[in-house]
Design a protein around this ligand. Structure first.
Ligand SMILES: *Cc1c(COP(=O)(O)O)cnc(C)c1O
Length: 344
C-alpha cells in the first residue's frame, strides 16, 4: 500500500548510466527532492553506490542533504549564487558575470562551478560574458584548488537524438571550453545516450535514475498502490462523479479509490488512464479525478479488489504521463506525501 520506491533499482540505474559513459565521472541529480522520491534517502543510497557529485536546484535543497553525506561528496547548486543564498559546504554553479563577482567577493576561496549558455537561453553565461570572466575564473584560487570545479552547459533537446540543436550546442560547448583545463560537463540523461562526444568529464543524470524516459533501459523504480474505499453498482441512466461526466453503458461495478489530484494523480487523467489489479489487469478510471478520490470501473473483475496500482512495472511514469498529456518528470515530482512511503 502507498508509494514503494525501489532503492536497488535507483542504484542499478545509476550504475548503468555510468557504464554508458565510461570515461566520465557519473554525477547524480537530486533536485526537487530527488524528483519527488526523497533526496534524504536517495542521495545517501547513491553515495553508497559510488556517486560523489550531486546536483540540486536551490541552496536550501543542498543544505538539507549536506549533513547526510560524507565530506568528499560535492553538492552543486544549479541556481548558483543568488542574493542571500547560504552556500557553506555547497558549490554554486555561477550563471552570470554578476553571480561570479558576487561569489568571489563573498566567498573568495570557496569552490565554484560555471554554467555556460550554449543555446538553450535559460541559465548560464553568454559567450561574451564568459570571455570577460574566463581569465579571472580559470585562475581563481580556491581552497579546493585553482579554477572552477566544473564548467558545464545543458542541452535543450537531448531527448530527441536527431534534433539539430544537439550538434550545434556540442560544437558551441567545445568552442567555449577547449583547452581550459577545468573539468567539463554537458550531458544529463539524454546527453549520455547521445554518445561519447557528449560525455566530457562528468555526467549529470536525473530522470534516468528514477526510471524515466529517455532512458528506455531503466529499471522501474516506483509502485503506487491505492486503497479501495468502497464499491457500488451503477446502472445506465445514472452517472459517476463531479459534472456527471461519465455514465455507464451497462450495469457496472464502480470502485472508489483513495487518491486524487492532491496526491499527484493529475486531473487531466480523468477518463484517460487505467489502474491495475494484480499487477497487470487494467481497470479504466471513469468520471473526473477529484481532489482525494478516483472512480474506477471494476465490472470485469471477478473479485472486489482491496487495492489498485496506478504506477508499477507494467504502467510506468511515462505511460501515465502520456495519458495526462505531460512528461514523466511531472508525474514523479507531483507525487504527493499523503499516502505512506516505503523505501526498500
Ligand atoms: C535537471 C537537470 C539535469 C538532469 O536532467 P535529466 O534530464 O533529469 O537527466 C542535469 N543538468 C541540469 C542543468 C538540470 O537542470
Amino acid at each position: 500500500m502507498g508509494l514503494c520506491i525501489d532503492m536497488a533499482a535507483i542504484a542499478a540505474n545509476w550504475r548503468a548510466l555510468a557504464d554508458l559513459a565510461p570515461g566520465a565521472r557519473p554525477g547524480a541529480v537530486v533536485k526537487a527532492d530527488a524528483y519527488g522520491l526523497g533526496a534524504a534517502r536517495v542521495a545517501p543510497a547513491l553515495y553508497a553506490a559510488g556517486a560523489r557529485d550531486f546536483f540540486v536546484a536551490l541552496a536550501a535543497e543542498g543544505r538539507a542533504i549536506r549533513p547526510l553525506l560524507p565530506d568528499d561528496a560535492r553538492i552543486f547548486v544549479l541556481s548558483g549564487h543568488m542574493p542571500r543564498a547560504r552556500l557553506d559546504g555547497l558549490i554554486p554553479v555561477l550563471n552570470s558575470a554578476e553571480q561570479f563577482f558576487r561569489d568571489r567577493a563573498l566567498r573568495p576561496r570557496g569552490a565554484f562551478a560555471i554554467q555556460l549558455d550554449t543555446g538553450m537561453n535559460r541559465l548560464g553565461m553568454e559567450p561574451a560574458e564568459w570571455a570577460a570572466v574566463a581569465p579571472d575564473a580559470l585562475a581563481a584560487h580556491t581552497d579546493a584548488g585553482t579554477g572552477p570545479a566544473l564548467v558545464m552547459s545543458h542541452l535543450a533537446c537531448a531527448d530527441e537524438p536527431a534534433h539539430p540543436a544537439n550538434a550545434v550546442q556540442l560544437a558551441e560547448f567545445n568552442r567555449l571550453t577547449q583547452g581550459i583545463g577545468a573539468p567539463r560537463s554537458l550531458a544529463a540523461t539524454g546527453g549520455i545516450l547521445l554518445g561519447r562526444d557528449y560525455h566530457f568529464d562528468l555526467t549529470r543524470p536525473g530522470i534516468g535514475l528514477y526510471g524515466g524516459a529517455p532512458f528506455a533501459a531503466a529499471q522501474p523504480v516506483v509502485t503506487l498502490s491505492l486503497e479501495v474505499i468502497q464499491t457500488r453498482s451503477v446502472g445506465p441512466g445514472e452517472c459517476v462523479g463531479y459534472g456527471c461526466a461519465w455514465t455507464p453503458a451497462r450495469p457496472s461495478r464502480i470502485a472508489t479509490v483513495a487518491g486524487g489530484y492532491a496526491d499527484g494523480l493529475l486531473r487531466a487523467l480523468s477518463g484517460r488512464a487505467a489502474v491495475l489489479w494484480a499487477g497487470d489487469r487494467p481497470c479504466p478510471i471513469v468520471g473526473r479525478v477529484s481532489m482525494d478520490l478516483i472512480t474506477v470501473d471494476v465490472t470485469d473483475l471477478a473479485v472486489v479488489p482491496p487495492e489498485l496500482e496506478i504506477l508499477n512495472p507494467r504502467q510506468g511514469v511515462d505511460a501515465l504521463a502520456a495519458a495526462a498529456g505531460t512528461i514523466g518528470y511531472e508525474i514523479l515530482t507531483s507525487l504527493g506525501g499523503r499516502y505512506p512511503r516505503q523505501w526498500s
